[in-house]
Design a protein around this ligand. Structure first.
Ligand code: TXA
Ligand code: MG
Length: 325
């Protein structure tokens, strides 16, 4: 079983132990503001292979490389002026930029799945201090078995991967709760590859540019990880539910009531006040709770498709997509 160290209670032990594991080429579960990542040395092929094997992740799906700061990112990726502006505005934070990889970057091709681009981001909090201390970028996908719901607490990681890794750093609950927003700048225009923890509207407000939205789930895959079925709990998910079947759990939102709510196995409200940031922070935890309680299905109330609602609805529609897609 993985050793678990609380960052709040033992920050120095957490730092030393994580650096020792990373130097030995072992993946470590690390909290970020979005979700927990399974982090390993992005320059070490054996360490990256261990990430893919631990997750059961297809190798054609590249990993985000996490940096301590913009200066470190500039040593590995080529920044156009607009991408640099986005980095300065939103880092540290839940924004991943897909950029051309520098020819002399030490990031191993296994981390980028052989692409000539690299997804980079600077996370908030302990994760960026760890990267600065370690001195090299950390490749880190979400710390869940491939295709399953991402972890937003150390307990989630322990349940999913506790038998397969040696160290979990416990940073409590992730504040944002959905993965980073991924964008790519092309010819001075911003394309959204994955909605996430920073609303596209915020990027539009910061740049005065329109952010081109991705095709909906099921269309051509631009970020290779955007397979239709993803983020899937065990129980089937039913979206925009207007009534409840017996045995189903209900994920409610706001104050709207749903027909037959009383029949639900239980009701969890993603945000009683209708706050999308709160709903994002609760989403994966509540999906896992519904599973753990043995719900035969998960009915989800309708969620507005604006702001962080775009990321929430993206994850929900992938969770609801036919399995094996
Ligand atoms: O918030 C997050 O982004 C979390 C935390 C741990 O930082 N990480 C995360 O990683 O969500 P992961 O591996 O679950 O998702 C990474 C996504 C995948 O969809 C992958 O295909 C895409 O990023 N990606 C990575 N590099 C890319 C590239 N060069 N071009 C296009 N997409 C890329
Ligand atoms: Mg993931």
């Amino acid at each position: 079983m993985a050793r678990r160290i609380s960052i709040a209670q033992a920050p120095e032990l957490a730092m030393e132990s994580a650096c020792a594991e990373l130097s030995a080429g072992h993946p470590v579960a690390v909290p970020t503001e979005t979700v927990y990542g399974l982090a390993a040395d992005a320059t070490n092929p054996a360490a990256i292979t261990a990430i893919y094997e631990t997750k059961g992740r297809p190798r054609f799906n590249p990993l985000i490389c996490h940096m301590a700061d913009l200066a470190m990112a500039e040593r590995h990726a080529v920044f156009d002026p607009l991408s640099r502006k986005l980095a300065e505005r939103f880092w540290p934070g839940p924004l991943t930029l897909v950029l051309p990889l520098k020819g002399d970057s030490a990031i191993h091709p296994l981390a980028t799945a052989g692409l000539d681009t690299v997804g980079v981001r600077v996370p908030m909090g302990f994760a960026s201090r760890l990267i600065a201390e370690f001195g090299k970028p950390l490749a880190a996908p979400s710390a869940n078995p491939s295709g399953r719901v991402s972890p937003t607490s150390a307990d989630h990681v322990a349940q999913d991967l506790g038998e397969r890794i040696s160290l979990i750093l416990d940073g409590g609950h992730c504040g944002v709760g959905v993965e980073s927003t991924i964008v790519k700048v092309e010819d001075g225009a911003i394309r959204l590859l994955r909605p996430g923890g920073i609303a596209a509207e915020e990027i539009e407000a910061a740049t005065g540019l329109t952010v081109a939205r991705p095709e909906k789930a099921g269309a051509a895959i631009e970020a290779p990880g955007m397979l239709a079925s993803h983020y899937a709990p065990n129980a089937p998910i039913r979206l925009e539910a207007s009534s409840i079947e017996p045995g189903e759990a209900l994920l409610a939102f706001g104050t709207d009531r749903i027909t037959g709510e009383g029949n639900a196995l239980f009701v969890l409200n993603l945000s009683p006040t209708g706050d999308l940031a709160e709903a994002a922070a609760n989403l994966f935890d509540y999906m896992k709770k519904a599973d753990a309680a043995g719900a035969t299905g998960i009915a989800v109330a309708s969620i507005p498709d604006t702001g962080l609602g775009e990321a929430i609805n993206d994850r929900l529609s992938r969770a609801a997509a036919p399995r094996g897609a």
